[in-house]
Design a protein around this ligand. Structure first.
Ligand SMILES: *[C@@H]1O[C@H](CO)[C@@H](O)[C@H](O)[C@H]1NC(C)=O
Ligand SMILES: *[C@@H]1O[C@H](CO)[C@@H](O)[C@H](O)[C@H]1NC(C)=O
Ligand SMILES: *[C@@H]1O[C@H](CO)[C@@H](O)[C@H](O)[C@H]1NC(C)=O
Ligand SMILES: *[C@@H]1O[C@H](CO)[C@@H](O)[C@H](O)[C@H]1NC(C)=O
Ligand SMILES: *[C@@H]1O[C@H](CO)[C@@H](O)[C@H](O)[C@H]1NC(C)=O
Length: 426
């Protein structure tokens, strides 16, 4: 029944298609939504997936920023690396290889997404820090797709190629991902979008893909979309017209199922009240002012006006060099380490101070217990060391990744151009 209903719509839509309506002006038709829907988020918390050095590396490439670790005598070594860690670090350095290295995973939150008719089920990472919906595809060399489910457009009855269109995400070091673009039926929970633009990878470079997912669904603002000659709408920009409220929320939990909810705010998923801040998003990111921070009870102000971006596609909390330095100065034995390229701290550290920062007029906090990221990297003087969840970058635009979301329920309010959050249990 459902199947033939869709086929009827397809015939109608193909007719619309030949009129040559520009893709970015055409609202993907949405069915089944009725004001709201929810999709479960799975967190694969397997220890093998926590790779702090990789997470930091991926983030600085994605954001085109530099690490801002101290230099000279302040940058230390001497860590006796675990075998598996030294292999991963070697792979990190060899980042030019095109194969997504099995050892290179980082923690991933994924949602189930169906593409095409009949449906092809993929595990997709939702990324509020980009605006491209791209998937691993059958046109990639198999060496790039061994640990992924790929989308095969030939197996979908309704896939339609956008001739002349392409997408490309390129990083400063020459790595990236690119391919062709088509439109197809995309289902997320009970929401079905007909003629959603889907970007098919033809080639991807390794470190770019941290593994664990079959593609990325970018939910930043469409002005960041990479498709040319004309940009295409994000999945959210297609469904939002069918929602009671033009917003979605992120409820990401540690080692437990969470959800992305669309069109409504579920008050059972947070404590207290949601605190909002207007977006400073001329760039198209979920970005807001963040001028000061606290380490425990000590308040510090950034010397220059600063902003931060709420990015579910990044794992760590990327802050200024001063903020990282001030934080780790309170942790006995912590050091900036040249071998793994980031701050490390004893895995058994206890009573770590809370790190707080402002999100516009409000203060968000990361409990000290959440600053130890993943498992041991190796030993220093017989003590096991772990990667820190707070790491330093250059510039005045900081990045609040999953470390933030694991403790805070977040509201991405597109309709009112604001970002809100409230704490939940870790
Ligand atoms: C979600 O939509 C359904 C209709 O599909 C409606 O009955 C329900 O009240 C909505 N829930 C919220 C929280 O808006
Ligand atoms: C979680 O990750 C581990 C290691 O990468 C993998 O072996 C396992 O299959 C994953 N589990 C799920 C449910 O995806
Ligand atoms: C789809 O369109 C792209 C861009 O014009 C083109 O390079 C590609 O060959 C087309 N693919 C198919 C399967 O027709
Ligand atoms: C911290 O400093 C900022 C900026 O100077 C100020 O606005 C804020 O009220 C201070 N917060 C606390 C808790 O002292
Ligand atoms: C709210 O806070 C309580 C007490 O800290 C906690 O047990 C509960 O899980 C929290 N609720 C949510 C939805 O996070």
């Amino acid at each position: 029944m459902r199947y033939s209903f869709k086929l009827t719509l397809i015939l109608v839509l193909s007719a619309v298609c030949v009129t040559g309506v520009p893709v970015e002006l055409e609202s993907g038709t949405t069915v089944n939504v009725n004001g709201n829907f929810s999709i479960p988020v799975t967190h694969n918390a397997s220890a093998a997936n926590h790779n702090g050095p990789q997470a930091f590396h991926n983030a600085i490439k994605k954001w085109g920023i530099a690490k801002n670790l101290p230099s000279g005598d302040y940058l230390k070594g001497g860590l006796v690396l675990d075998n598996v860690v030294s292999k991963r670090l070697f792979n990190l350095v060899q980042d030019t290889s095109v194969t997504a290295t099995p050892g290179s995973r980082d923690v991933q939150y994924t949602i189930p997404v169906n593409i095409g008719i009949p449906a092809q089920a993929l595990k997709i990472n939702v990324d509020t820090g980009s605006a491209d919906f791209w998937v691993f595809s059958s046109s990639q060399p198999t060496s790039q797709t061994t640990s992924h489910t790929t989308f095969n457009p030939k197996k979908s009855l309704v896939y339609s190629n956008l001739t002349g269109y392409s997408w490309s995400i390129q990083y400063a070091d020459g790595s990236g991902a690119s391919g062709e673009v088509g439109v197809d039926t995309v289902e997320v929970g009970k929401a079905t979008v007909l003629r959603q633009a889907v970007e098919l990878a033809k080639t991807v470079s390794s470190g770019f893909i941290s593994g664990g997912n079959d593609g990325i669904m970018g939910l930043a603002f469409g002005k960041l979309n990479s498709v040319s000659p004309r940009q295409v709408r994000t999945f959210f920009e297609n469904v939002m017209y069918s929602l009671s409220n033009k917003l979605f929320t992120a409820y990401l939990r540690h080692s437990a199922q969470g959800s992305y909810d669309f069109g409504y705010i579920d008050s059972k998923k947070y404590n207290g009240t949601i605190k909002y801040t207007p977006l400073a998003n001329a760039n198209g990111f979920w970005e807001f002012t963040s001028n000061y921070y606290k380490v425990g009870e000590t308040n510090y102000t950034h010397p220059e006006a600063s902003t931060a971006v709420a990015d579910t596609g990044t794992s760590l909390l990327l802050v200024s060099s001063d903020a990282a330095k001030n934080y780790y100065a309170t942790v006995p034995g912590a050091q900036a380490n040249s071998q793994v390229g980031g701050y490390i701290l004893p895995c058994t550290s206890r009573s770590l101070p809370t790190f707080s920062f402002n999100v516009g007029p409000n203060i968000a906090s990361i409990g000290g217990q959440n600053i130890i990221y993943g498992t041991t990297l190796g030993k220093l003087n017989g003590v096991s060391y772990c990667f820190g969840a707070i790491q330093p970058i250059s510039g005045n635009q900081f990045i609040f990744g999953d470390i933030f979301f694991k403790q805070n329920f977040a509201v991405f309010d597109y309709g009112n151009a604001r970002f809100g959050f409230a704490p939940h249990d870790y």
